[in-house]
Design a protein around this ligand. Structure first.
Ligand SMILES: C[S@@+](CC[C@H](N)C(=O)[O-])C[C@H]1O[C@@H](n2cnc3c(N)ncnc32)[C@H](O)[C@@H]1O
Length: 242
């Protein structure tokens, strides 16, 4: 059952998403984990994977990105939104970080994730949302311009290798709303958490919204407006709504 949509400042979001992921991976029933769009920067270290006895698979469209990842990961080069993509339906957790904004057909992706999950399996996704100003600019201006004027709108910081720049569409990348939740229910998910966050590092560099990542973000957490979120994460479960 969905808790009320929750909101938090951007600066707390990454830690909160990571804690959720770690907490799910530590559950005894969770052994098979797949990271979609892990590319050059798989989220979990090989050490973490070994300590938690995880069967861990990284899937990415780009062989060049997978090549930049540290050696030792089990990898699959594949388009996760392709109609014929499917894993064997036994994954306890499928998650993505900074992937959804790059996907042209999000419905196909979420359907493929659902098909890859074991009954009651978890799906977690972290993504930027419209209509935050940096992402509206990123979607609207041509690539050559955004890479010069807005280098920081590139979401997804590198941890291991450096990843390239990928076209961003932001389809279905929105803050929490009844309409989005219904769409996930229709694909066979329960929505356990839908967390929107306010603020962006970029705002401190823009003269007319210098407090956008501080007091303004804090105000919006107390008085949320869903279409003004900058980022969100989703915690889904495979299964029908009771
Ligand atoms: C912004 S990078 C994020 C990489 C990593 N998750 C991170 O947090 O640093 C997006 C990744 O998604 C991959 N990607 C984009 N579209 C994809 C698709 N349709 N199927 C699989 N991977 C895709 C890209 O190749 C790239 O590695």
């Amino acid at each position: 059952m969905l808790e009320k949509p929750t909101y938090q400042p951007r600066r707390d979001m990454l830690r909160s998403f990571q804690l959720q992921l770690k907490e799910i991976c530590a559950r005894p029933e969770v052994t098979r984990v797949c990271e979609f769009g892990g590319g050059a920067n798989p989220h979990f270290s090989l050490d973490f994977i070994e300590r938690n006895s995880l069967d861990y698979l990284v899937v990415d469209l780009s062989a060049a990105e997978l090549d930049k990842a540290p050696a030792g990961y089990r990898m699959l080069e594949a388009d996760v939104q392709a109609p014929d993509f499917s894993l064997d339906g036994s994954y306890d957790l499928v998650f993505s970080r900074w992937l959804l904004e790059h996907v042209k057909d999000p419905e196909a992706l979420h359907r493929n994730v659902r098909r890859s999950l074991a009954p009651e399996g978890y799906a977690l996704h972290l993504f930027p949302t419209l209509f935050a100003l940096p992402f509206v600019v990123n979607r609207t201006l041509p690539d050559t311009l955004t890479s010069r004027v807005l280098p920081i709108v590139r979401s997804g910081r590198t941890q291991h290798g450096r990843h390239g720049k990928f076209p961003a569409f932001y389809r279905w990348c929105r803050g929490p709303s009844g309409r989005r939740i219904e769409a996930f229910n229709g694909l066979g998910y329960r929505v356990d958490r839908y967390v929107g966050s306010f603020g962006h590092k970029y705002y401190s560099r823009v003269p007319f919204i210098p407090d956008g990542d501080g007091p303004v973000a804090d105000f919006l957490v107390r008085h949320p407006i869903s279409w003004m979120t900058s980022f969100a994460y989703l915690n889904l479960r495979a299964g029908q709504v009771e």
